[in-house]
Design a protein around this ligand. Structure first.
Ligand code: NAD
Length: 427
């Protein structure tokens, strides 16, 4: 039972928070963590809830609720995205902020965990309305964000344009040019080279490391990738470049299989060219369903679309012995247990998709120094961080004789609790 007490869980946000707490509980138990420390880590340090009035284009007053949660700033300023989605709740933001703490700790970034969001469906707003909402939200959370406090980034339904509006708001309100207040900015405004590709490249890197340690040659490895957006397409392309055969990919339009391997650069060009930006109409591939993709007879399965794709209901059909979590939370806790019992290796999201936050950290460093790195430098350093994190997790899995997911949580919780202990509780 979580230290917060077992409550009836109904909403997806509550489920996400409950699952984050369960993982913390398991790590605390494995580490023999002090109960007071466990309790401190189970709750966010700071939560801000804001009410956001926005003038609509037709002159009405719409009001939205926004959140910014800082789970832990023990190891450095908070770091985490901002999402605009109707399902955003306080619980969801709290759970995601906690996961950011562990993700930054496992990759050894000098950053803590935070997350923000506004409960809104941006598709129902004009671009001007979204801009006004973003600027009002930024002004409302300004008292707790900043380059040495908490650095937001894009998440679901927010992007480089959203970050540019945030930079503008902070610059206007403080009178100081402030690109270092967010990451994920457009490159023209101080964004990092290689940020766009970072998550997918990190996913490919950890996949190749797992294969190398198993003595598998990339040329003999078949891969299926669910989701062909930023993370999925770049991961597929990087793995294909390394020699793997990508035998199936899918997106919202369905799945596409080719046993001899798909031409990934051509598939990316095809998706870019279409009005819907999907794989619909891709030639040289057999149409399959998303369910068939997940059940493909492959060596590696990379779910890189949405959360909750592999559940207790379909876990029995998964044939891949290795799953690398490109998306956040694609394997539910129940499925995780079933797959672990069958000996499936799962590289957990807080390690596998951490490449994005690693390069976000590089962007923060570059923006603060006002000195920008070449792409080769970004890629070289990304590899160093991912390799170190991978080695740490494998080492902890051996020491504690546990899954890679439990090992990642153990390593992260140990780092954060140790930072709190070394600092000494204030006052
Ligand atoms: P994206 O919007 O670029 O791509 C999502 C892809 O999933 C699209 O190809 C979409 O068509 C596909 N998709 C949607 N519904 C689907 C379904 N039912 N079946 C199969 N495919 C479906 O998003 P992204 O940035 O690639 O993010 C994907 C996942 O990775 C999310 O869980 C996100 O939180 C996580 N993530 C992203 C980053 C990043 O840097 N972009 C970093 C960490 C984690």
């Amino acid at each position: 039972m979580s230290v917060l007490g077992a409550k009836g869980v109904t909403e997806p946000g509550e489920e996400l928070l409950a699952s984050a707490l369960r993982q913390l509980d398991a790590a605390a138990k494995a580490l023999g963590l002090d109960p007071g420390m466990h309790r401190f880590l189970a709750a966010p340090e700071r939560t801000l809830i804001v009410s956001l009035p926005v003038q609509t284009d037709d002159g009405r007053l719409a009001v939205f609720t926004g959140y910014r949660v800082q789970h832990s700033t023990a190891r450095g300023p908070g770091k985490g995205g901002i999402r605009f989605h109707p399902s955003v709740t306080l619980e969801e933001v709290q759970g995601l902020a906690m996961l950011m703490t562990w993700k930054c700790a496992v990759t050894d970034l000098p950053l803590g965990g935070a997350k923000g969001g506004v409960a809104v469906d941006p598709r129902g707003l004009s671009a001007k309305e979204v801009q006004r909402l973003t600027k009002r939200y930024t002004a409302a959370i300004l008292p707790i964000i900043g380059p040495t406090r908490d650095i937001p980034a894009p998440d679901v339904n927010t992007d480089a344009q959203t970050m540019a509006w945030i930079v503008d708001t902070v610059t206007m309100m403080t009178g100081q040019h402030s690109p270092e207040v967010v990451t994920g900015k457009p490159v023209e405004l101080g964004g990092s080279r290689g940020r766009h590709e970072a998550t997918g490249r990190g996913v490919a890197f950890v996949t190749l490391e797992v294969l190398r340690r198993l003595g598998r040659r990339p040329e003999d490895v078949r891969v299926a990738v669910q989701g062909f957006g930023n993370v999925g397409s770049i991961a597929a392309r990087s793995l294909a470049e390394a020699g793997c055969r990508i035998v199936a990919v899918s997106d919202v339009s369905g799945g596409y299989a080719a046993p001899r391997g798909l031409d990934i650069p051509r598939a990316m060009e095809h998706a870019r060219g279409g009005r819907e930006r999907t794989l619909e109409g891709l030639e040289g591939a057999t149409r399959i369903t998303n369910e068939e993709l997940l059940a493909s007879d492959v060596d590696v399965l990379i779910p890189a679309a949405l959360e909750g794709q592999i559940t207790a209901a379909n876990a029995g059909e998964i044939r891949a012995p290795i799953i690398v979590e490109g998306a956040n939370g694609p394997v539910t806790a129940d499925a995780d247990r079933l797959l672990a019992a069958r000996g499936t290796t799962i590289v957990p999201d807080i390690l596998a998709n951490a490449g994005g936050v690693v390069v976000s950290y590089f962007e923060w460093v570059q923006s603060r120094a006002q000195f920008y790195w070449e792409l080769e430098e970004v890629e070289r350093r990304l590899e160093t961080y991912m390799r170190r994190a991978m080695e740490l997790v494998l080492d902890r899995a051996k020491t504690h004789d546990c899954s890679l997911r439990e090992a990642a949580f153990i390593a992260a919780v140990q780092r954060v609790s140790s930072a709190i202990e070394k600092r000494g509780i204030f006052p």
